[in-house]
Design a binder for this molecule. Structure first.
Ligand SMILES: *Cc1c(COP(=O)(O)O)cnc(C)c1O
Length: 354
């Protein structure tokens, strides 16, 4: 089988989606499954929907177009503000988009009218992480703008934390979002359909002891795919952390000294750590590197240690000499997964189809 490859275990994706959907349902919160880390892989999207996600979100128009082409009937949400150059495509493939810019809203309005359709927008509010979002004091003016623009529907408001600055979703910043819902509804005169309370980093808050206010939706990617809480990268209890595996192949295995010799300057990627002399070690080279994944984001199998990585070679220390052609299985973190999925050199293989 071809290597390197990312194996995606659909049984694991299904388990994680269903577990999060049922835990959040108790709080009145639905799940928009975010497919960007797997670039909208159709089998994964289908599995997430079958397991109870009420819609799919992705940050890329091209990915949503591909998902829409797979004839899913679930609502598709563009979770990054559309660029002006892509609003027409955005309106064609997504029912909903997350927005912060009046200029873009006007363009979405024109694009929706041209299609004789209504495009729903969720206005994102800045809650302190300093990535996307309207400053709270500017929200109502933009709500009025959306109401005035033909072809647009105001679906709701949302927030996003812990992405740029690592700001933790907590009772204080999430209460700000819920309080704004009331202010918006006072203007619209109708309940908002969507109050989107953030990404996987909001799970601790959403499943914690306190009230979740008006939030009725979370946009979840990493927690479903990797079973990990992005705030501290710890496993989420009851979720599978083994749904995705990076498989690489051994191309050299030798017993070599642990310490390099000769005069040492920079290596291919900067200053290399000079290794201590531990005597001879069994070392293998795997045919995978920085062109395929983020080596710093790989967890090696028990007993094996990653020693170094360059563009195309991953050097590992192994308890015994590995056979040439042997496959080694790594657990990727979010960064390693993302890089793997977007590398033209890495195959994707779905296992345990549901
Ligand atoms: C990527 C992203 C998400 C999903 O984040 P995870 O940490 O993978 O759950 C949600 N919302 C927005 C705006 C995003 O960009």
């Amino acid at each position: 089988m071809t290597t390197p490859r990312l194996e995606i275990d659909l049984a694991g994706i299904s388990h994680n989606t269903a577990a999060l959907v049922s835990r959040l349902a108790v709080r009145g919160i639905g799940v928009t499954a975010v497919a960007k880390a797997v670039i909208g892989a159709p089998a994964v999207v289908r599995t997430m929907l079958d397991a109870g996600a009420h819609g799919i979100g992705d940050s890329r128009v091209a990915t949503l177009e591909a998902i829409a082409g797979c004839s899913t009937r679930a609502p598709l949400t563009l979770i990054r503000s559309p660029a002006p150059s892509e609003v027409r495509r955005a309106v064609a493939c997504a029912q909903v988009s997350l927005n912060t810019e009046p200029v873009v809203l006007a363009l979405l309005s024109a694009a929706a009218i041209a299609r004789r359709a209504v495009h729903d927008v969720v206005l994102m509010v800045e809650l302190g992480d300093l990535r996307e979002g309207l400053m709270p004091e500017d929200l109502i003016d933009v709500v009025r703008l959306v109401l005035a623009l033909p072809g647009l529907g105001l679906a709701g408001i949302g927030g996003n934390l812990a992405c740029r600055s690592g700001v933790v979703p907590d009772a204080t910043n999430m209460a700000v979002l819920s309080a704004l819902v009331g202010q918006v509804e006072a203007v619209t005169g109708a309940p908002l359909r969507i109050v989107s309370g953030g990404n996987s980093a909001s799970l601790g808050w959403a499943l914690g002891a306190h009230d979740t206010g008006r939030v009725n939706d979370l946009r979840l990617g990493e927690a479903i795919l990797l079973g990990i809480d992005p705030l501290d990268r710890s496993p989420i209890a009851g979720l599978r952390t083994d749904a995705i595996t990076l498989v690489a192949e051994v191309i050299e295995s030798k017993v070599k000294p642990s310490r390099p010799w000769g005069q040492v300057a920079q290596s291919a990627f900067g200053v290399a750590q000079v290794t201590a002399d531990r005597g001879p070690v069994a070392q293998s080279i795997l045919a995978v590197g920085r062109q395929d994944t983020d080596p710093e984001g790989l967890v090696a199998p028990e007993g094996m240690a990653i020693l170094a990585a360059s563009s195309d070679h991953l050097v590992v220390a192994t308890p015994e000499v590995l056979g040439i052609g042997a496959e080694v299985r790594f657990r990727p973190d979010y960064s390693a997964l993302l890089r793997g999925m977007t590398s033209p050199f890495v195959a994707t293989q779905v296992v345990h189809p549901m």
